[in-house]
Design a protein around this ligand. Structure first.
Ligand SMILES: Nc1ncnc2c1ncn2[C@@H]1O[C@H](COP(=O)(O)OP(=O)(O)OP(=O)(O)O)[C@@H](O)[C@H]1O
Ligand SMILES: [Mg+2]
Length: 251
């Protein structure tokens, strides 16, 4: 598949007189994985919310699969786009199954269709079937992330937006889920935009990495380009910071 799923053209978002994002121009290719990366507060979540029409830009235009995203069209965009919210965003008063099936029930899917889709998704995400009837607070962090992912995939969307889907997980669960997510992205062939703080994770997932700072794109390209051809000292520092604290040389 080729083409462009999302286009942002000179988009600006201002909060309380301060620009949170932009002016920013970006194209998101269809059927590929794009990682958004950058320091806390640089505008990553704001960018995802703009893509799915949850917030409106103060200037500029956004298109989804050729259609401008406006208050009139954003419902259609949301039906075609799965969104995994930062920190999960599961409804605590609903079971895992209730969370996953909410939109499908709202759209009037019949029971058999819902059950068969849930069965597919539990297999795809390796979610334990006995967890489906538990509430989010009775699931592990990794299981909650899988519920968020199942919920986002329920309607078989064309695009998938994930806001730090692996934040706050222990390193082993995180490593497992990284591998599973990458396999899922590759096997489904969807357009994926994934937010992460971690350049290693971005490199692992993505065909393209977009590095933001203060609401602006500093560098975008293949992951290796950021590692080996940083465009300015900020990128160099960002890359070096990813190497982490010192590992002992020997005992
Ligand atoms: N609803 C809001 N009202 C006012 N300011 C906001 C609002 N949402 C975000 N901001 C501000 O906009 C900027 C960008 O926020 P955003 O949440 O997009 O950052 P982020 O890159 O996702 O950060 P993090 O990595 O910490 O999640 C920040 O300065 C933030 O404080
Ligand atoms: Mg964020």
């Amino acid at each position: 598949m080729s083409g462009t799923m999302f286009v942002l053209d000179e988009v600006t978002k201002v909060y309380a007189g301060r620009p949170a994002l932009g002016p920013l121009t970006l194209t998101v290719p269809t059927g590929r994985t794009t990682a958004l990366i950058g320091p806390s507060g640089c505008g990553k979540s704001t960018l995802l919310r703009l893509l799915i029409g949850l917030i409106k830009p103060d200037a500029g235009t956004i298109t989804f699969d050729g259609t401008p995203v406006t208050p009139h069209t954003n419902h259609a965009v949301r039906l075609r786009t799965g969104y995994v919210i930062q920190d999960g965003g599961l409804f605590p008063h609903m079971t895992a199954r209730g969370n996953v099936t909410l939109m499908a029930r709202h759209l009037g899917w019949d029971r058999a269709r819902i059950d068969s889709r849930v069965a597919e998704l539990t297999e795809l995400t390796r979610f334990p079937v006995d967890g489906l009837d538990r509430y989010p607070q009775h699931l592990s962090g990794g299981q909650r992330q899988r519920v968020g992912l199942m919920r986002a995939l329920m309607l078989n969307p064309d695009a998938l937006l994930l806001d730090e889907p692996l934040g706050a997980l222990d390193p082993l669960v995180r490593a497992d889920l990284q591998t599973e997510l990458r396999d899922i992205f590759q096997s489904l062939g969807k357009t994926v935009v994934v937010v992460t703080h971690d350049l290693g994770e971005a490199t692992f997932f993505a065909d393209r990495v977009v590095l933001l700072r203060d609401g602006q794109i500093v560098q975008q390209g293949r992951p290796a380009e950021l590692w080996y051809r940083p465009v300015d000292p900020f990128v160099t520092r960002f890359v070096q910071a990813q190497r982490g604290p010192a590992i002992p040389a020997e005992v």
